[in-house]
Design a protein around this ligand. Structure first.
Ligand code: HEC
Ligand code: HEC
Ligand code: HEC
Ligand code: HEC
Ligand code: HEC
Ligand code: HEC
Length: 503
């Protein structure tokens, strides 16, 4: 049997349709092969492969019957049929031969380049540069913080889009609105947190960190500086009980016990930022035992939870700043001093640097100038000799403070540590003490433990070289507060005095 096409197919529109269909089909197949060979995240590439190109292909398919219809109508109206005959190619003739080979080679190159070109274009939209730089002002804080985090090499899309078609479409839909908001300049400053349409944390984080991976303890040493003339250093080494003390115990105890598959913790927050928790329920999924801790001041009946969104605790409830941590002045100044970017030998530099970093500035440029003016004026007034002889130290301090500020505080977007609390720890924010406190009590009067050795052992503390205490392995020191505040550190949450600026 011979397959014949109706003569009406032979018209320019239908022919163009055929070319469009074949080209897009080729590109779909090509991109499909590329994205399955490269097993990396390719969410935006997927948009092209599965949405954009098929749309183009359908357009091409539509051209074919439309062209046929128009052609038939023309014929019926008495037009002469079939203006497009099949070209007769005679490869014996040198002119035909050359034209034929140029056509074939040209088409080959065109198809190859368009495939590679479209692939490159969409690799770019997938990249961190695209997310962070394209809408520069809006995303500058997130981009900057990200590039200084442990996740600097993890693409924005790995956490914010992730694999899976439904999340892909959801994030693209909200992305469309975000693009509109950016162009129309109606986006909120700062961008509200927590974000509503983030993929479930476990699906995101467990691509790379699976629960079985948490073993043992993690030693974390940091150096603080007091606000005195000498900037007295105070070192603290914590042995964080990230996992249990015996690796073979799995996640049965320690900090990641909350992520244990047999543990489920639900809570209700009274504020959108999830900082004030009024009701916490722990369910042991093995035994079915349920324990409810309620805010003492709640007036609703004991059996029923208060109004508000019920949320099941996951990674993000503690790790809410895995990639965008905006440090408080007290924190980033200490870090810069330890790293030698702010000279420790300058008198009163800790106190001064924190002060000039915590003033409100209208813009990043104003902040740079304000920091310079604040620091130089202080030394000119109080230590005129020093400014004369150690000008370069003061200059270094100015740069160190300016850089620290620029990495952590973004006046234009109103982004700072105050806008984005960090839930790990309890020094500047309530963090773990949102649940581990005296306020939430069970029916039997029990609270969620605040024992100082529940989450960490204190391995070292004190001023290096001046009677610094060191614990024996596996033991904890009794906490000593660097400044004499009596018993206040036991009765008052640390964050009541430590707000990120000098207490
Ligand atoms: C390691 C995972 C991860 C990576 C990588 C990542 N983010 Fe995030 N991002 C988060 C989490 C978690 C939140 C906060 C979620 C919450 O609290 O609800 C967040 C929040 C945000 C927010 C909302 C404002 C805020 O700070 O809470 C923006 C905007 C944002 N990210 C942009 C970006 C951009 C741009 C990049 C790439 C430069 C990026 N993110 C990379 C995990 C990530
Ligand atoms: C694409 C892989 C990837 C994803 C997704 C990812 N991470 Fe990571 N994470 C890493 C890498 C790589 C490191 C750095 C490891 C190192 O420095 O040893 C890291 C480090 C960390 C650390 C240790 C940080 C530190 O400073 O010691 C924490 C905590 C963490 N990730 C939490 C998260 C959370 C929470 C999420 C989900 C929102 C997440 N990660 C998603 C790859 C990833
Ligand atoms: C949403 C509430 C909530 C938050 C926030 C929270 N916890 Fe818990 N945590 C609990 C509950 C409930 C228990 C179980 C209490 C009990 O059994 O009496 C618990 C128990 C623990 C335990 C003991 C686990 C074991 O070995 O049995 C550790 C360690 C712990 N939490 C560490 C932390 C740390 C560190 C943070 C902050 C990064 C934190 N928690 C934040 C609710 C919370
Ligand atoms: C109860 C709060 C809490 C929850 C829930 C939680 N973490 Fe952690 N996690 C911590 C604390 C506290 C640390 C130690 C401090 C740090 O490394 O920042 C930590 C450390 C880590 C580290 C670094 C471990 C190391 O040895 O360097 C990774 C990775 C991590 N968490 C991933 C996750 C993932 C993934 C989830 C969700 C499955 C999760 N965490 C759930 C509190 C929590
Ligand atoms: C529910 C768990 C938990 C309890 C209870 C707890 N801590 Fe912590 N603590 C943490 C975590 C988590 C960090 C932060 C580690 C980090 O910075 O990544 C921390 C940090 C600290 C730091 C170091 C601060 C810094 O930035 O260097 C000190 C000091 C400290 N805790 C003392 C105490 C004392 C004293 C108590 C008892 C009153 C206590 N902690 C109770 C979880 C806890
Ligand atoms: C009653 C108020 C108060 C409480 C509560 C309190 N502190 Fe402090 N803390 C201070 C003062 C005041 C200083 C001295 C500040 C300085 O010299 O800059 C200080 C200094 C420190 C420093 C060294 C300097 C710095 O700013 O980093 C650390 C670390 C510290 N406190 C940890 C804690 C921890 C952990 C807790 C909770 C267990 C706590 N503090 C509770 C008032 C308090």
């Amino acid at each position: 049997m011979k397959l014949t096409l109706p003569p009406s197919v032979k018209n320019w529109l239908s022919l163009a349709g055929v070319i469009i269909v074949l080209t897009s089909l080729f590109m779909i197949v090509f991109l499909f092969i590329v994205s399955s060979l490269l097993s990396e995240q390719a969410a935006y590439l997927g948009l092209v492969t599965y949405i954009l190109l098929p749309a183009v292909m359908i357009l091409g398919l539509l051209f074919i019957p439309i062209g046929m219809f128009l052609e038939l109508r023309r014929v019926r109206r008495g037009g002469v049929h079939s203006p497009v005959g099949w070209p007769k190619i005679d490869l014996e003739k040198p002119r035909h031969r050359n034209a034929f080979f140029i056509f074939v080679a040209g088409t080959g190159f065109f198809v190859l380049f368009s495939a590679v070109g479209s692939y490159e274009a969409f690799r770019y939209t997938e990249s961190t540069n695209f997310c962070g730089m394209l809408c520069h002002t809006v995303m500058e804080p997130e981009y900057t913080a990200h590039s200084h985090s442990s996740h600097a090499q993890v693409a924005c899309a790995a956490c914010h889009v992730g694999p899976g078609a439904d999340w892909y479409v959801r994030s693209k839909l909200s992305g469309l609105y975000q693009a509109y908001a950016t162009v129309a300049d109606i986006y909120p400053r700062p961008i509200p947190t927590p974000i509503k349409n983030l993929r479930p944390a476990r699906a995101v984080c467990e691509q790379c960190h699976w629960p079985q991976k948490f073993y043992g303890h993690k030693l974390q040493v940091s150096t603080h500086y007091l606000s005195d003339r000498d900037n007295t250093p105070w070192r603290i080494g914590l042995n964080l009980k990230v996992g249990p003390s015996q690796a073979a115990l799995g996640l049965s105890e320690g900090i990641h016990w909350h992520s244990n598959p047999r543990t489920r913790i639900d809570y209700i927050a009274t504020d959108p930022g999830r900082q004030q928790l009024s009701w916490v329920r722990y369910t042991n999924l093995d035994s079915g035992k349920v324990q409810v801790f309620r805010d003492k001041s709640l007036t609703v009946a004991v059996g029923s939870p208060p109004r508000g969104e019920l949320r099941t605790m996951d990674c993000i409830d503690c790790h809410n700043r895995p990639s965008h941590l905006y440090r408080a002045p007290a924190q980033f100044i200490s870090t810069a001093m330890t790293a030698g970017r702010i000279p420790v030998e300058l008198p009163e530099i800790k106190k001064l640097a924190v002060q000039v970093s915590s003033r409100p500035y209208p813009s990043a440029v104003a902040a740079r100038e304000g920091i310079r003016a604040g620091i130089t004026q202080f030394y000119r007034l109080n230590y005129p000799d020093l400014l004369a002889h150690k000008q370069e130290l003061v200059e270094k301090a100015v740069t160190g403070v300016q850089d620290g500020f620029a990495q952590n505080i973004f006046p234009e977007m109103k982004v700072s540590w105050q806008a984005y609390p960090d839930n790990i720890g309890h020094l500047y924010f309530k963090g773990c003490f949102r649940c581990h406190n005296d306020n939430l009590v069970s029916e039997k009067g029990a609270t969620i433990s605040q024992d100082c050795v529940l989450c960490h052992d204190i391995a070292i503390q004190g001023t290096p070289g001046k009677g610094m205490e060191v614990a024996r392995t596996g033991e904890s020191l009794v906490f000593r507060h660097p400044e004499d505040v009596g018993d206040a550190w036991q009765d008052t949450p640390c964050s009541d005095c430590h707000s990120g600026v000098s207490p």
